[in-house]
Ligand binder design. Sequence first.
Ligand SMILES: Nc1ncnc2c1ncn2[C@@H]1O[C@H](COP(=O)(O)OP(=O)(O)OP(=O)(O)O)[C@@H](O)[C@H]1O
Ligand SMILES: [Mg+2]
Length: 331
Amino acid sequence: MTRSPGAPAPEWIRALDLSKSYPVGGGLFRKPRKVVRALRNVSLALRKGETTGLVGESGSGKSTFGRSILRLTEPDSGQVFFEGENILAFSPREMKRLRRRCQVIFQDPFASLSPRMTVRDILCEPLDIHNIGGREERTDRAAELLETVGLRGEHLRRYPHEFSGGQRQRIGIARALMPNPEFLLADEAVSALDVSLQAQIVNLLAEMRRRFSLTMLFITHDLSLVEYLCDRVAVMYAGTIVETAPADELCRSPLHPYTQALLSAIPRIDPRRKTARLIMKEEGDSTGEAAEGCVIAGRCPCARKECFAESPSLRRVGDASEHMVACRCVS
Ligand SMILES: Nc1ncnc2c1ncn2[C@@H]1O[C@H](COP(=O)(O)OP(=O)(O)OP(=O)(O)O)[C@@H](O)[C@H]1O
Ligand SMILES: [Mg+2]
């Protein structure tokens, strides 16, 4: 999606140098065998009213990042600025106030909910938690939002198992919209759906974003989904952001070999968008742990000797450009 020319939108939230590690492989009486670095000094700003796509393969740290900026996971270090304040220093009460303005859509929102709750109760739960409105108002809003996402008010009395996957995700979106949030974190919100349903839900998210002026972080492992929905994209690998750019630019002229590999794997109908197939080496390290230098050097078909020695930082390509890449081979 292209933005109209002019000044960039102001920042809604900014993460600065976020790091998070998890110990793995230990036991009750044994020390952890190793540490997974889920986030390594990740900095990223999400702009107001924009949808930012966060893309990368499984285990690259996308969910950890999304959860960290809302403190659903506590980062080990770094800062998250919201309206000029570092939210990592917020009190529980301040956090609760911020969370009311933010909602999350998961891959399957019903997986964590009681199958004995009606759709009405599922939708009204965020308002119950934040004590917003009376019972009748809550029910009215739930019915209205069900219609907005393409379902019917009478569905309020039904139970989750009575719906298809696509309908369930529509209910998940309606639930997230209930407290009138400013920010949506959509974590693999369409990954469990088949391709035609994915398109419908992505369209619905795009419409909701326009209608409610939402800022969104759209997390996916599928780069083909971001071009239509997102204004900006950040590509993650092994806990680092390797490239970030406006979505159309990133899809048109990807610079990082990893982004090129992800894009070249997408079947294209448009012959002008044809890219040479670039394949990352399978046998290399995919955790970034072995490499002293660039996290992806072990798998990168373009890696030079120096890529193994020093890790590249994210740098701007061109003076006025919003395109940033962490690769020493890109000039
Ligand atoms: N609670 C946890 N305990 C231990 N390790 C974790 C935990 N959460 C995440 N990790 C590890 O941190 C790394 C990043 O995980 P994360 O879930 O953020 O990746 P992801 O990019 O969202 O992957 P996916 O696409 O599979 O959802 C992975 O190696 C994962 O195994
Ligand atoms: Mg995830």
